[in-house]
Design a protein around this ligand. Structure first.
Ligand SMILES: Cc1cc2nc3c(=O)[nH]c(=O)nc-3n(C[C@H](O)[C@H](O)[C@H](O)COP(=O)(O)OP(=O)(O)OC[C@H]3O[C@@H](n4cnc5c(N)ncnc54)[C@H](O)[C@@H]3O)c2cc1C
Length: 404
């Protein structure tokens, strides 16, 4: 009898896999329904996996174990798994894979239907309070006061990110209480808080740029993408990708926004000088229209102390040089990363080296398995976190069923 805590991505993939191998499976889910977070993924479309998933697209304290674990299933095999559930997928730009119907709800339905057809018992509104290792198997105490017993247990209770989508740290607590080491949990794929004085008027605006994060003068990471300005700082995929590295650093972080990544500073400066000479009568707010969002341009003028009442023809070459420098490198102090409730994923979790890479079975507690975000692995945006959930869930389900 296999018990699975959590009917998210990893738990449902484990349940279907184990039941297909003939195991008797019960899934315990605290929420009213299975796959609540899964149904919110990819803006409702569910970016299921990424054809380029590899160890380089993840971060963990145990990169080589992570690499071995990812080797259990390729992205193509993940797609075959969904095909076998009657859910075809298709590839889009940047190797991202989505369900053909573009509906995250259909991914949940495919897994839920398969569980039903295979006789998996799904108990919803059934929060697990604690887990105890017994002489044989595991005792599971439910919040209702009921006690259940399983001879094998898969902990797939997810991470603490996105509380409103059902995130909890329960899985990590269960594993810690069973003797596992936990790599400290931090928000990942989260918006960035910054100083706001200059950017406040940009709230709601999106701008394509390269954004770089520096700790002292060391580049932590840089990303190209659309930055979304907010009253607390910046959001959007590029900013969120940086957050995982930023959250792991205690030193002050400076961001640099390059609004003209396709041009070097000298070319940009030459172009702006030509533009000044072509349109000398234009007031500054109009002069950059068509190049930059008006409010972004106004912020850059303010940063460079250039009054908006100036005409472009009044700008000196040296003022244009400094403006070009700020368009290429607009510095913004990062004051932190939005906390876990606002993040899309959790960095840290149960230490990977304490699990067998080929089976996801605990090296400390026989017949205990873990899968998904509860483990210390976090991927970039692009389908990598769900890929991790499927790979580890399917591996754990297969191994738990085989040793039944
Ligand atoms: C808004 C949003 C969009 C995202 N989009 C994408 C995307 O497009 N592609 C991608 O790869 N990743 C995406 N992610 C990340 C991805 O959703 C997660 O990494 C993934 O769902 C983790 O799977 P999991 O099974 O480990 O955990 P979950 O899917 O969170 O499932 C864990 C389950 O365990 C249950 N549970 C928790 N505690 C208990 C308890 N005590 N007792 C019983 N049950 C419990 C929870 O209710 C939950 O149902 C997104 C995340 C968010 C928040």
């Amino acid at each position: 009898m296999i018990g699975i805590i959590g009917s998210g991505a990893a738990g449902m993939a484990a349940a279907v896999t184990a039941a297909r191998l003939g195991a008797s499976v019960t899934v315990l889910e605290r929420d009213k329904r299975a796959g609540r977070k899964l149904s919110a993924t990819g803006n409702g479309r569910c970016n299921i996996t990424n054809m380029s998933a590899s160890v380089n697209t993840y971060s963990s304290a145990s990169q080589s174990t992570l690499d071995e674990m990812l080797g259990n299933l390729s992205p193509a095999q993940v797609r075959q798994f969904f095909d076998s559930l009657g859910l075809p997928t298709r590839e889009e730009e940047e190797d991202r894979v989505y369900p053909r119907c573009n509906l995250a709800g259909a991914v949940v339905d495919a897994l839920r239907l398969a569980m039903g057809e295979l006789g998996v018992v799904l108990k919803t509104e059934c929060p697990v309070k604690s887990v105890k290792r017994e002489k044989h198997g595991f005792g599971v105490a439910l919040a209702s006061g009921e006690h259940l017993w399983f001879d094998k247990l898969i902990i797939a209770a997810g991470g603490a990110a996105a509380e409103k989508n059902g995130g909890t740290a329960d899985g990590v607590t269960f594993l810690r209480n069973l003797g596992h080491s936990i790599v400290p949990i931090l928000p990942a794929l989260s918006p960035l808080c910054t100083e706001t004085e200059l950017i406040r008027p940009l709230k709601g605006i999106r701008a394509a740029c390269v954004i770089s994060a520096f700790a002292k003068n060391t580049l932590l990471r840089k990303e190209l993408g659309e930055v979304q300005f907010a009253d607390f700082g910046i959001s959007g995929i590029a900013a969120m990708q940086l957050s995982t590295s930023i959250a792991q650093h205690n030193e002050p972080i400076t961001l640099s926004l390059d609004f003209f990544h396709e041009q070097d500073e000298q070319d940009l400066c030459d172009y702006l000088i030509k533009r000044r000479d072509a349109f000398p009568q234009r007031a500054l707010p109009e002069w950059l229209a068509g190049l930059l969002h008006r409010r972004v341009a106004e912020m850059l003028y303010k940063y460079r102390n250039l009054p908006l009442s100036l005409l472009s023809g009044e700008l000196t070459d040296s003022q244009i040089r400094s403006l070009a420098a700020s368009m290429k490198n607009f510095p913004l102090k990062c004051t932190g990363v939005k906390p876990l409730p606002f993040s899309q994923a959790t960095a840290g979790g149960a230490k990977l080296t304490q699990f067998d890479s080929a089976t996801m079975e605990s090296r400390l507690v026989p017949n205990l398995f873990a899968a998904g975000e509860v483990l210390d692995a976090v991927g970039d945006c692009g389908g990598f976190n769900l890929h991790w959930a499927w790979v580890t869930g399917i591996t754990a389900g297969r191994a738990a069923a085989r040793c039944e």
